[in-house]
Design a protein around this ligand. Sequence first.
Ligand code: SAH
Ligand code: SF4
Length: 374
Amino acid sequence: MTDVPPTDSPWTPDRVAYRQLLAGQPAYRLDQLWQGLYSHDKPPEDQTNLPKALKASLAERLAPALELAAEQLSDDGQTIKWLWNLPDQARIETVLMHYPDRSTVCVSSQAGCAMGCGFCATGQAGYDRNLTVGEILEQVVAARRATGERRLANVVFMGMGEPLANYDRLIESLHRIVADFGIGARHVAVSTVGLVPQMLRFAEEGLQVGLALSLHAANDDLRTELVPINRHHPIDELVAACQLFRERTGRRVSLEWAMIDGVNDRPSDAAELAAVARAAAAHVNLIPLNPTPGWPTVGSPPDRIESFVVELRRRGVNVTVRANRGTDIDAACGQLAAARSPGGPTSVTISTGAGAPDVTDQPRPDRPGENRAD
Ligand code: SAH
Ligand code: SF4
């Protein structure tokens, strides 16, 4: 399979490409069209100020890529999961989380994932293909439309796929999210499994976007078991990459740690993690492991998480605990696993993971237990 679907999304071309598509049109058309796409969240066909003939000629080349296959709401109605069909029948999922004062969208960067982390439903389902810029941005467009009055304030690349494995499209998408959708870079975060060469490049991009590293184990033997790519990018290289990110951007990396019962939640694990966090000048975000179909081990019980937090704090580590948002609809971290539509496996789903990523990682006193400070 190639990375290019049969039609291109209207959100894929950049301004240079659109200038060519608009050859013969008055110069103001480009700004008009761009504003329609990025300020009004409308594809050209729905932009009433464009001439009919132009819309028809653009429609021959461009069509929205995301077709809604299913929508699920959590019991409290505050978490929404969308399953999308893509033009080549690949499928992805997007999760939108509402908070009292803002909303966060968790976007996918690939259909599936090639990294094979055993505890993650996306990894269990395997890799399909990279998403295009338009397929990434249309997820943000859908979230902006659905938030209405409530502002879409945060975008996190914590859905399906490894964002840094789709590097160029990720970077282009980030620039458009910040410059064109107007979402502040500090309200955008990318999570990586730890692809060191791309982390080093990412540090030099001049973006103020947050970076999360899915660490899960702080010694190479255990991490290689949990996260196979660790064989190629061991922990000392990850620490160096985090240090560089901090130096270049002034921002600390957030180390993600899914708490797995009896596997990485012992006092000795906390001691190892504290040493890595200090060396990496990073803070730590604990995620109770969410259940997935292909992984037998369960998440750590709350009292073990509590002791782990205490142990990390005692060692001077800045730590938060992430809430499990969306587990009732398999929308939490690591639970996204959309099967391909007809032709491929028919079932839709979906296992677990880490729940609502809060890009600000601030303690939220309005929601006890979520990202709690202690
Ligand atoms: N591929 C990237 C982006 C996906 S983000 C990455 O791995 O970082 C998904 C986050 O949920 C990652 O931190 C991942 O490690 C975590 N995760 C995966 N499976 C999980 C599970 N079953 N429970 C809790 N967190 C999980
Ligand atoms: Fe891929 Fe991230 Fe899941 Fe690992 S945790 S399989 S890198 S999506």
